[in-house]
Design a binder for this molecule. Structure first.
Ligand code: DX5
Ligand code: ZN
Length: 223
């Protein structure tokens, strides 16, 4: 992936804020608004105190004809046990958290072997240093700007220095992973993240509540 493309800002609506009785329709709304990526939040009730959906939902969206890039965020205590299932279900990129104890490097390599891009995720309490050694092995770094588990939480502005640090390491190392933010991101807080080096913007509540979702997506893509 050339750097110029990697740096282009990308809106990424989160299906978590869609209508869970009509996930297909919500995913279609995001695609029709011009968002090339769809963010899918998978929660296991262990790593985070909430539950969402499983790989069958991704597979069903694919069967329904969704062509969007599936940016799959695994908030699971044992993500290594599920990467095959998500790859098979139609994920394009699979992100795993650094916090639980398992073989992170092997799991990232396995995700790529399965034909997907791979990402590493940090909770707000996790320092940037925790993922530094893995940076050459990933396609995306996701900096959580809320404690994961629920949509609609306020943006953590104290995460901006972490973004700047990871962006600096990216430049110094000549690396081209995407730098994504997730949680409380809207047109104001997202722009602050952009200035701190982020290029991929997960937006749940702010996207689905936007009066003009196409304008929202276009605004992010224009940053
Ligand atoms: C939070 C999830 C987010 C969530 C963000 O645990 O990882 O992707 O959808 O929602 P908003 O944009 O409403 O903060
Ligand atoms: Zn997420």
């Amino acid at each position: 992936m050339p750097w110029a493309d990697a740096a282009r800002p990308r809106p990424c609506p989160s299906l978590l804020a869609g209508d869970h009785a009509a996930l297909g329709a919500s995913a279609r709304i995001a695609a029709d608004a011009g968002a090339p990526w769809l963010h899918l939040d998978l929660m296991d009730g262990h790593f985070v105190p909430n539950l969402t959906f499983g790989p069958e939902v991704l597979a069903a969206l694919r069967r329904a004809g969704l062509k969007t890039f599936f940016d799959t965020h695994l908030m699971l205590a044992e993500p290594h046990r599920y990467v095959e299932a998500f790859a098979q279900a139609g994920a394009n990129l699979i992100s795993i958290h650094i916090e639980p104890a398992y073989d992170h490097a092997a799991t990232l390599a396995r995700i790529r072997e399965l034909g997907c891009q791979c990402g590493i995720v940090l909770n707000p309490g996790t320092p940037a240093e925790a993922v530094r050694a893995l940076l050459p092995r990933v396609d995306l770094v996701l900096v959580m700007t809320v404690q994961p588990g629920f949509g609609g939480q306020p943006f953590r502005r104290d995460m901006l220095p972490k973004l700047r640090q990871i962006d600096a390491w990216r430049r110094e190392g000549g690396l081209n992973f995407r730098l994504e933010v997730d949680g409380g991101v809207d047109l104001v807080t997202g722009r602050e993240c952009r200035d701190a080096g982020a290029d991929t913007f997960v937006a749940g509540t702010s996207f689905f509540k936007a009066a003009d979702r196409a304008a929202f997506a276009a605004a992010v893509a224009g940053w």
